[in-house]
Design a protein around this ligand. Structure first.
Ligand code: GDP
Ligand code: MG
Length: 597
């Protein structure tokens, strides 16, 4: 395809503003699929993505559009994830395109994620076409939203396109804008091959599939390619495009987006952002890559049944095949046995991986409290990164500790601003900026990430009745007065429950966990003491009184089926119990203990 007939674009939007619905409409209009194949949103193809209505992995599809100018264009659509945890995946999708459709729900207006995405698109030098969606809704206020886009986002919105992705209204308007307003890609077909490695994943039949954007040269079937970062060479077995099903071709030229498959064993050998070149006629320079993703939240995952350890290892390995941003390493806990310390891009990423392990791999797991990555400066002059509270050195060995901060943007209707500011202040936040967009406030805060992983999203949603939108970016490290709080059950430390907090919050959180455990640990035949301590100093304590009677005693001689039910229930509960000395702690106690209120 000549470059002048190619358009590469992403769709960026705040979650729920209609990105996937629009993508489906574009695919349908361009005739990629039958009505029946369209019944489910095509691009969100993982179960969890569909259920939660979010996109995790960027997907791509090649469309063929006969435009009003009489020419048929190739439109490559790269879907982007809409959640803040996956901002990194957004940036690499954008790197493969020349333009973006900025979808804004005309009944909601600009939200935090709209801004975050649009700034990334501007950084990627994209031409941006604003699209006002959900124009069919009575609450739609396209004129106001137009103004908002100009004022807040700072891009012209006069020729924003009004559509309804749901009813299909003016989808042609979007397609025409792509053709007339986005620049075609540039590149030289005769130059040495330079292709950007955008993404890779594992396919059970084909092995590793690599998503590429060719910048210069041609990427041909059967040719020998070289990864410029490490010099590894592979023979290309298949080249093709997603339309949206995989369609093999002979080659991909400049400006084209497609896949290759080259008998590569693991995605770990495919560095996202790497440049692929021809081994016989290599390019002299790699393309500008993009920053690697680093996990910012860590937690321990332990099998409830110790026999599942091998299965856990295999399952984590399989997940990692498709998700290079997910990290894991072996960990041993005195309380929980053998497990893995796992690193994630954020809390949602953590939740998704945990859910997949439970659902797809049938694993029963205990997860420890999420921790951020601290920097410890020891008195002996050495420095280390710490992402497991259990590994925190003794206080006497520590010179200072630094913690990661974020810069958060929160957009919220005026009437909920008060409680939102209170929440940020309670979490040690520092206000950077506060401005108004009509009746909506936009607050910019610096916050310690440590305070955000403790249920900040949930609190924000609840104090704003769900109206606040939130986005953040990492914003450096700062020294802080942090302590490790240990939780002891009958004087035995439960390493999995220890956590790091700012000294000012230590007592409140310690007390809250002890109080929760008191309610969650079933009474036993003896008294149980629950304590929170910093070093040797106890800062909170609770006592669970002893149990006097056997639980099943009252069932003896009674209704036999009721008794069996009770025993079954206990058996079910057993699986989810962990033994601490003489004390059994149900898994629910761990999970609940990690939530704060
Ligand atoms: P995404 O999170 O940006 O991918 O949003 P979705 O495409 O999943 O859409 C979120 C919700 O908005 C879904 O319930 C859609 O049916 C609905 N929706 C999308 N576009 C429109 C539209 O044009 N009009 C109306 N009324 N609803 C829409
Ligand atoms: Mg979606």
């Amino acid at each position: 395809t000549p470059l002048s007939l190619i358009r590469n674009f992403s769709i960026i939007a705040h979650i729920d503003h209609g990105k996937s619905t629009l993508a489906d409409r574009l695919i349908q209009t361009c005739g990629g699929l039958t009505e029946r194949e369209m019944t489910n949103q095509v691009l969100d193809n993982m179960d969890i993505e569909r259920e939660r209505g979010i996109t995790i992995k960027a997907q791509t599809v090649r469309l063929s559009y006969p435009a009003k100018d009489g020419k048929t264009y190739v439109l490559n659509l790269m879907d982007t994830p809409g959640h803040v945890d996956f901002a990194y995946e957004v940036s690499r999708s954008l790197a493969a395109c020349e333009g973006s459709l900025l979808v804004v729900d005309a009944s909601q207006g600009v939200e935090a994620q709209t801004l975050a995405n649009v700034y990334q698109a501007i950084d990627a030098h994209h031409e941006i076409v604003p699209v006002l969606n959900k124009i069919d809704l009575p609450a739609a206020e396209p004129e106001q939203v137009r103004q908002q886009i100009e004022e807040v986002v700072g891009i012209p919105a006069d020729d924003a396109i009004e559509i309804s992705a749901k009813t299909g209204l003016n989808i042609i308007g979007v397609l025409e804008a792509l053709v007339t307003r986005l620049p075609p890609p540039v590149g030289d077909a005769d130059a040495p091959l330079q292709a950007l490695l955008v993404d890779s994943w594992y396919d059970a039949y084909l092995g590793v599939i690599i998503l590429v954007r060719v910048k210069n040269g041609r990427l041909k079937r059967h040719s020998k390619i070289r990864m410029m970062s490490n010099g590894a060479t592979h023979t290309v077995e298949q080249v093709g495009v997603f339309s949206p099903a995989m369609r093999p071709l002979d080659d991909l030229g400049p400006g084209e987006i497609g896949y290759i498959n080259a008998a590569i064993k693991t995605v770990a050998d495919c560095n996202i952002g790497d440049t692929i070149t021809d081994d016989r006629r290599p390019a002299s320079q790699a393309l500008p890559g993009f920053k690697a993703s680093i996990p910012v939240v860590w937690c321990g995952l332990f099998p409830i049944d110790a026999d599942d350890f091998e299965k856990l290892r295999e399952s984590l390995g399989k997940l990692r095949l498709n998700d290079a941003s997910f990290h894991f390493e072996a960990e041993t806990s005195a309380a929980l046995g053998f497990g893995y310390r796992c690193g994630f891009l954020g809390l949602l990423h953590l939740e998704i991986i945990q859910e997949r392990l439970t659902r797809e791999f049938n694993l029963d797991l205990i997860a420890t409290a999420p921790s951020v990555v601290y920097r410890i400066h020891r008195t002996n002059g050495t420095e280390e990164e710490l992402h497991n509270p259990a590994d925190m050195p003794d206080g006497s060995l520590i010179e200072s500790i630094e913690e990661p901060w974020i810069r958060a943007t929160i957009m919220v209707p005026d009437e909920y601003l008060g409680p939102v500011l209170t929440l940020c202040n309670d979490r040690r936040g520092r206000q950077v900026d506060l401005t108004y967009v009509g009746t909506r406030a936009m607050a910019v805060y610096r916050l310690p990430l440590n305070e955000v992983v403790f249920d900040f999203y949930d609190r924000l949603k609840s104090v704003s009745r769900g109206y606040a939108s939130f986005d953040y970016a990492m914003d450096g490290y700062e020294e802080s007065d942090l302590v490790r709080i240990s939780i002891l059950v009958n004087l035995e430390p439960v390493d999995a429950l220890s956590f790091i907090a700012h000294r000012s919050a230590a007592e409140t959180r310690g007390r809250s966990i002890c109080g929760k455990l008191k309610d969650l640990i079933p009474r036993q035949l003896f008294k149980i003491a629950i304590q929170a301590a910093i070093g040797g100093r106890v800062i909170a304590r609770e006592t669970i009184g002893a149990l006097s009677k056997d639980v099943t005693a009252k069932c003896y001689g009674g209704d036999i089926s009721r008794k069996r039910k009770l025993l079954d229930k206990q058996k079910e509960g057993k699986k989810r119990m962990r033994q601490f000395g003489k004390v059994e702690i149900p898994q629910t106690a761990f999970l609940a203990a990690l939530k704060m209120d």
